[in-house]
Design a protein around this ligand. Structure first.
Ligand code: TRP
Length: 326
């Protein structure tokens, strides 16, 4: 029986943290059972912004695949591959660039925002401007109905649909179905300091963190800033820790913690202890799986996935080339 198809990728920019897990990766793990799923390491996309110092990319690729498999992606259930190993993505990106107006790329909100916010890198390169065309190629290649991504990717998804529509208009209806973003049901996962969890803010809890790494991090987490003493009633809705109980504790325990906080019977220190226990229980099986994964096993997973992705990509490109008159 044919399953609906989905595809998604992540840039190998460093170790994955809880924000990645609850924002996107958890969705990948669920989808591998219901969909024909393609998940890839977007190493070309990493180069669009990190071209000046690519020294970590290779290691990051291997480590990211380990994080994925540790989190529950099963290479027997989905296709795990590397973007740069399936050259068809580059060819489709080139062909799509023929029909993509530069103005669409320049007005992309993500592009403008990152140009302004990222000041330690020169993002005036053509590759960075064309980031969304490559992303559209990654997606449309597999003609999926949906793409599991975080909210930050919505402008890119919109552009992908615009490119698909334009292709269909020029070269034939229903070449590319218009793919929808599949967002994870609202998962709030703030960083240790309350800002968005991000490697560049240095406020993350990583999937590969040991208990010794995590303990001091949790100690420094903000709770309700107005709660100075244990005898003050707290407010879980402004606490930086409570969203984690929502992700990791049972509904009954969440309610118990909410009560304990608001009636001042449970202090922040105890609340953090509970969080640590849940976090350790969550990370333990991930890390056990990770420990059993050698670099050689990752290479094998990617070799196999690259081949399966290529088999699909070849068929799409045959059709695209011929529709574009080549
Ligand atoms: N832009 C995505 C990110 O930063 C990575 C990505 C590249 C991607 N190509 C993709 C995601 C295709 C989904 C589908 O996370």
């Amino acid at each position: 029986m044919e399953r609906p198809r989905t595809v998604s990728g992540m840039r190998p920019t460093g170790p994955l943290h809880l924000g990645h897990y609850f924002g996107v990766l958890k969705n990948y793990v669920a989808l591998q059972h219901s969909e024909e799923a393609y998940f890839f390491v977007a190493d070309w996309h990493a180069l669009t912004s990190d071209y000046a110092d690519p020294s970590n990319i290779r290691e990051n690729i291997t480590e990211m695949v380990k994080d994925w498999v540790a989190a529950g992606l099963d290479p027997a259930q989905c296709v795990i591959f590397r973007q740069s190993a399936v050259k068809e993505h580059a060819e489709l990106s080139l062909l799509l660039s023929m029909i993509t107006p530069v103005s669409w790329l320049e007005r992309n909100p993500t592009y403008k925002e990152q140009q302004q916010q990222i000041t330690n890198k020169d993002l005036g390169n053509a590759g960075f401007l064309c980031y969304p065309v490559l992303m559209a190629a990654d997606i449309l290649m597999y003609r999926p109905h949906g793409v599991p991504v975080g909210e930050d990717q919505l402008p890119h998804m919109e552009l992908t649909r615009e490119i698909a529509r334009r292709f269909n208009y020029l070269y034939g209806e229903n070449t590319f179905p218009e793919p929808q973003a599949m967002l994870t049901p609202a998962a709030k996962c703030p960083g240790l300091d309350g800002r968005k969890m991000s490697k560049s803010y240095n406020n993350g809890i990583f999937l590969r963190d040991t208990l010794a790494d995590i303990e001091p991090k949790v100690k420094t987490m903000f709770t309700d800033k107005n709660r100075l003493r244990k005898s003050d009633p707290g407010n879980p809705d402004v606490c930086n820790l409570f969203p984690y109980h929502v992700l990791l504790a049972s509904p009954e325990e969440q309610e118990e913690i909410r009560q304990g906080c608001t009636n001042a019977s449970m202090g922040c220190v105890d609340c953090k202890k509970r969080f640590l226990a849940h976090l350790a229980a969550f990370l333990e099986p991930l890390q056990a799986r990770r420990a059993g994964l050698s670099d050689a096993r990752v290479a094998e997973i990617l070799d196999d996935g690259n081949e399966r992705a290529r088999a699909f990509a070849t068929r799409t490109l045959d059709m695209v080339r011929s529709r574009m008159g080549l």
